[in-house]
Ligand binder design. Structure first.
Ligand code: SF4
Ligand code: SF4
Length: 128
């Protein structure tokens, strides 16, 4: 049997099966993506709980968290998603339930510097 005929004999049932099954992918970002409950998405914070203790920063193995201190009670907790390993250590290290891994994707950005997220802004000139 000619090789193209063998290929056709192999491919036709596959194509038929795929057509019968319908789409197996989701339309994200044009539609919602259904993520499993345990999916580790971007890191978020409950800013009102944060005490600026920096335990999450200290324990992050990927240097994805940074605490910019401007005084005793003035600080910013910054998250760098491009460095994050989504290991969940920050959530485990925080004693105040202030940081957690969400079930959301990290939104796209035109450059690495644009990915930087201020999770907590505790400076006198800000309301948080
Ligand atoms: S999930 Fe892991 S890598 Fe990401 S910020 Fe938390 S501790 Fe760091
Ligand atoms: S998120 Fe938790 S561990 Fe990190 S600085 Fe705030 S209180 Fe401390």
């Amino acid at each position: 049997m000619a090789s193209w005929l063998r290929s056709l004999a192999y491919l036709l049932p596959q194509i038929w099966r795929a057509l019968k099954q319908g789409p197996r992918t989701v339309k994200y970002p044009f539609g919602p993506a259904e993520l499993p409950e345990g999916y580790r998405g971007r890191v978020m914070a409950r800013a009102e709980n944060c005490r600026g203790c920096s335990m999450c920063v200290r324990d992050c193995p990927a240097f994805a968290l940074e605490l910019e201190r401007e005084g005793r009670d003035a600080y910013r907790l910054i998250y760098h998603p491009e460095r994050c390993a989504y290991c969940g250590q920050c959530e485990l290290s925080c004693n105040f339930d202030a940081i957690f891994l969400s079930n959301e994707f990290v939104p796209g950005a035109p450059g690495r510097d644009k990915l930087r997220v201020v999770l907590v802004d505790r400076r006198p000139d800000t309301s948080t």
